[in-house]
Design a protein around this ligand. Structure first.
Ligand code: AMP
Ligand code: ZN
Length: 458
């Protein structure tokens, strides 16, 4: 039985999907006004990990990740650059998709864009108006009345008296019944340029929170299983989503809320002035592989802050190398594939099922690697155990995704391997050794096994 920490109850709860064997998952996507940074990707990688665990444990996952392509930040960027909003947002959406693929993040089933769903947002706002949960201010904007919903604050137990108005509200001067009320519909202002939609409340655009309520319910229904985001999304974004969704539909909204902690760089916030503000491409330029980035981020529990430092690359490299080495040793035994696993699979799964405890799962896995290597050193690993081991490694990687895919070997390396084959046939050991060194200098390792030469990347 899977158990997750539900931010709503602040407890670990058994995970029981609404429909047996199926999971409806919504994850808040990027605001496409700039390149996403590795902090954003900590959250997206956590969500990928959750999804991979669900799939590995036999669930069918239907996953929606929205693209926030209209809000204050996207409009400001389009104005600053003097380009149409859609040009800005499609440029950053493409970059985001490239990073997702590069980091081996499993694609969502649908990536709805907010600008394609304004009709659904208007319907939700209308329903809130009809039920007395929303009101129009003097300038035509529409606000949600938090006093109209007695359970407001259930997610964060926020002390409303103590909080400031949110930045997004503060920037606009509306006449509100209550300073904490939030915008559902923002009336058109000159600085919005050509970004506007018609609505029963006049020309304007949706507020940010209503976007996610409309898109999640459009694809997953009024009531669905899991909603995720980073901790900073809890308030006000998710708190407001809950209030407006429940009030609009009179239905429960989301059963489980999962939030990942922040990623810090050098123990602090990433900052351009400190030179430690990293996007995925910056790390690739520094020589990180996607697998190393995944390893560094996923080896920390998702509810613990990750401290990202460049020197963690070494640890990641070593960890990945140990797994690859064992995989090569087991593959060299040439055993038939099996669907069975070593006994350690139970501890590994138990860790994953206990609120995605990746550090514990890795500890179980690396313990198994150590004992398996010892058995191999002593010629005590049966063919059956070797086959089970290969299966375990494949299962492990279906969840962590930290092993490089089979690399295609360049033709010049293949030619050197054939040349070496010839030299060995002729017992020209000096030439064979020279060729091995040459292959090595080109980034590949060649080993002589009973089945012939075996090539792997360094
Ligand atoms: P945004 O594009 O600002 O809407 O953010 C996209 C996602 O990244 C949200 O789920 C945020 O909670 C998350 N996020 C932003 N900064 C960080 C960070 N430093 N560490 C972890 N997650 C973050
Ligand atoms: Zn959202």
């Amino acid at each position: 039985m899977l158990r997750f920490h539900n931010s709503l109850s602040r407890k670990k709860e058994d995970f029981i999907p609404l429909e047996k064997g199926k999971v409806k998952l919504y994850t808040c996507g990027p605001t496409v006004y700039d390149k996403a940074h590795i902090g954003n990707f900590r959250t997206f990688l956590f969500e990928d990990f959750l999804k991979r665990v669900l799939v590995a444990r036999g669930f069918e996952v239907f996953h929606i990740m929205n693209i926030t392509d209209v809000d204050d930040k996207t409009i400001k960027k389009s104005k600053d650059e003097g380009k149409p909003l859609s040009e800005i947002t499609s440029y950053y959406t493409d970059l985001f998709n490239k990073d997702l693929t590069a980091l081996k993040i499993l694609p969502a089933d649908v990536y709805p864009a907010a600008t394609d769903h304004v009709g659904g947002m208007i319907k939700l706002i209308q329903s809130l108006m009809d039920k007395g949960h929303a009101y129009q201010t003097g300038d035509g904007s529409v606000f949600f009345s938090i006093e109209s919903y007695k359970d407001y604050g259930a997610l964060t137990k926020i002390n409303l008296a103590g909080i400031q108005q949110s930045q997004r509200v503060e920037s606009d001067e509306y006449g509100l019944d209550n300073p904490q009320d939030f915008a559902l519909w923002k009336t058109y202002k000159d600085e919005d340029g050509d970004v506007s939609w018609d609505s029963p409340w006049g020309k304007g655009r949706p507020g940010w929170h209503i976007e996610c309520s409309a898109m999640s319910m459009e694809y997953l229904g009024d009531h669905f299983d899991v909603h995720c985001g980073g901790v900073d999304n809890k308030f006000p974004h998710h708190e407001n989503e809950i209030a407006q969704s429940i009030c609009a539909t009179d239905s429960p909204f989301v059963n489980m809320w999962l939030h990942s902690e922040f990623l810090l760089v050098d123990r602090g916030k990433m900052s351009k002035s400190l030179g430690n503000f990293y996007c995925v491409s910056d790390l690739f330029d520094k020589g990180f592989s996607a697998e190393e980035i995944r390893y560094i981020i996923l080896s920390v529990h998702y509810r613990t802050k990750v401290n990202f430092t460049l020197d963690k690359q070494h640890e990641a490299k070593m960890g990945i190398q140990r797994i690859l080495e064992l995989r090569t040793r087991l593959a060299d035994l040439g055993t038939e594939p099996t669907a069975d696993f070593p006994n350690e699979i139970d501890g590994f799964n138990a860790a994953l099922e206990d609120d995605l405890d990746a550090p514990n799962a890795l500890a179980v896995f690396f313990d198994w690697i150590r004992t398996t290597n010892t058995a191999l050193d002593n010629n005590k690993l049966s063919n059956e155990d070797s086959a089970k081991g290969l299966n375990f490694i494949a299962y492990f990687d279906s969840v962590f995704g930290v092993l490089p895919g089979e690399q295609s070997v360049p033709q010049d390396i293949l030619d050197l391997v054939s040349e070496r084959e010839e030299a060995r046939k002729n017992k020209n050991w000096a030439k064979s050794d020279k060729l091995r060194d040459l292959i090595n200098s080109k980034g590949f390792i060649v080993k002589d096994t009973s089945g012939g030469q075996k090539l792997s990347s360094k």
